[in-house]
Write a protein that binds this ligand. Structure first.
Ligand code: NG6
Ligand code: CA
Length: 505
């Protein structure tokens, strides 16, 4: 070998070796693809956190996220119930555009079309690993669902590489976990059957055997008894697959932590959907009695602790500086949602709805105005923001964050507001409750006339129905007591016209 070639070879070797090894990510490359974690609660009200004004409950771990990030005071879920809010969060579409986006039975087919754009699909296509842990409630399968076989389509067909879920809610059958489409603990000798129409011969129900229930049903919830708790719907078999309610929170936590550890070296999107404080409220024994407010308070404290543990893992893995964390809830609060669990009796001075009127199921503010926090260590400056934002906007905002074009949906890019770099939010928003809609623009809220009961008696919540138009100035009249529809007809007309332009007549 000539001297010159030898020198070249010596020079080239380290370059070639370096070329074969996976390149270590520079800080710049890392921040170009920050991780995104959505921590999503179920039925947590605006007033349920001490960082949102609660005085009777202390939620230090969620408060720490709020104190280190942005505490939004005008943050909305798109709906006053679970399924439609989650639909909007994951698809960026107003749920009222899809007539099936209502509270789903545990056996309902998948609500999101497999050809529909979704937030996780968008991330997947741009090099992210995507995962969901926790409550799903967006339907599974395509109609003929066999719980004993691989279940598809489901989360894995609409954008999630990894899914570990409960099908619907903690109060609905089947009371089993589903790991990437397969029921955990499924047993061919004890097949699972599920029906929302009729009971299976010989199966005990809350209706016929109330004496077997450790938690008494108040309305609904009188189907199959699992772990002493009567549920919505009927289920047979699957003994080994049934979850232990008191262990659910810890179980989801471990999986969320494991997900983060497994995917820390690649960009990831985690949708961590906790089940608290939805019914049945089944605190782990470590939290029983801790709130003095009964099971509803106890499970909020448990969720707060759980989120603290999750945040510890994020910190230990060095991920906080490179992750946008969004914390929110799918709809407003409810006390008695079908079980006699002392939520009403032990409430004391606590105000789950905060200063707002209504609650879960309501077109009034407390139905959809929920805690909404963004956190990103070192990137987001701690602050409070009164900018109007909706969970539906995460899709377009995250598209901006990761530098891709967002699919065309109702989702609007609010990234600057979510990072605290702008005070410009949505100009308007349509919120939804039980397929009825109301319109917010600026500080005004308009609720069109609706037939139906003004108060949902079973849960004791004003849901917003009235034969007259309702118009409120939410800034001056935070609890919606002064209907200005007749005194300010110009404003009403302006609101109505704009609402109908978006919603259609
Ligand atoms: C209702 C249930 C309620 C709750 C809700 C769904 C009855 C009488 N009430 O139908 O308990 O499960 O559905 O809540 O069955 S959500 O937060 O998932 O939307
Ligand atoms: Ca909910």
């Amino acid at each position: 070998m000539k001297m010159k070639n030898l020198i070249w070879s010596i020079l080239l070797v380290p370059i070639l070796i370096a070329g074969c090894q996976p390149a270590k990510k520079t800080d710049e490359e890392k921040s170009a693809k920050p991780n995104v974690v959505v921590i999503y609660m179920d039925d947590l009200g605006y007033g349920d956190l001490s960082s949102y004004g609660a005085t009777e409950l202390q939620t230090p771990n969620i408060d720490a996220i709020a104190e280190g990030g942005i505490r939004f005071t005008n943050g909305y879920a798109s709906s006053a119930t679970c399924t439609p809010s989650r639909y909007a969060l994951l698809t960026g579409s107003y749920p009222w555009r899809n007539k099936d986006a209502k509270i789903l039975a545990g056996s309902a087919p998948l609500l999101i079309g497999t050809d529909q754009p979704t937030l996780p699909k968008m991330m997947q296509a741009n090099g992210y690993h995507t995962g969901v842990v926790g409550k799903w409630h967006l339907g599974l399968g395509d109609g003929a669902l066999d719980w004993n076989k691989h279940i598809t389509p489901g989360p894995n067909e609409v954008g999630f590489d990894y899914s570990y879920i409960m099908a619907a809610t903690q109060d609905r059958v089947p009371t089993v976990f589903i790991d990437n489409g397969n029921v955990v603990g499924v047993d061919a000798n004890d097949p699972i059957e599920v029906s929302y129409k009729e009971n299976f011969a010989g199966q005990q129900t809350g209706l016929e055997n109330p004496e077997l229930c450790r938690l008494k049903w108040h309305h609904g919830h009188n189907g199959t008894i699992v772990n002493g708790i009567p549920r919505i719907g009927f289920m047979k078999g699957g003994e080994k697959a049934k979850w232990v309610d008191e262990e659910m929170s810890g179980h989801f936590l471990k999986l969320a932590q494991q997900y983060v550890r497994d995917h820390k070296s690649e960009p990831f999107f985690l949708y961590y959907a906790l089940q608290q404080p939805h019914v049945p409220r089944t605190p782990n024994p470590a939290f029983v009695g801790k709130s003095g407010m009964g099971a509803r308070g106890d499970v909020i404290l448990e969720a707060d602790w759980t989120i603290g543990e999750f945040m510890k893992t994020m910190k230990e893995e060095g991920l906080l500086e490179n992750t946008l964390i969004v914390f929110s809830s799918d709809n407003g609060p409810v006390l008695n949602d079908g079980y006699n669990d002392d939520a009403v009796e032990k409430l004391g001075k606590h105000k789950p709805s905060g200063p707002f009127r209504g609650g879960k199921y309501s077109l009034f503010e407390a139905g959809t105005r929920i805690p909404f926090i963004t956190y990103w260590k070192g990137k987001i400056k701690p602050q409070e923001s009164d900018v109007l934002v909706c969970q539906m906007d995460l899709m377009a905002s995250i598209a901006k964050l990761i530098g891709v074009e967002a699919p065309k949906t109702d989702s609007q890019d609010m990234l600057s507001a979510l990072l605290g770099e702008s005070d410009k939010g949505r100009e308007n928003l349509i919120v939804e409750a039980n397929s009825k809609t109301a319109f917010r623009k600026g500080n005004w809220i308009m609720i069109p006339p609706y037939e139906g009961t003004p108060i949902l008696k079973q849960v004791n919540i004003e849901i917003g129905n009235s034969k007259a138009y309702q118009l409120y100035n939410i800034k001056e009249d935070i609890d919606q007591q002064n209907n200005l529809a007749t005194t300010n007809p110009e404003k009403l007309k302006e609101m109505l016209t704009e609402f109908e332009n978006i919603r259609g007549k």
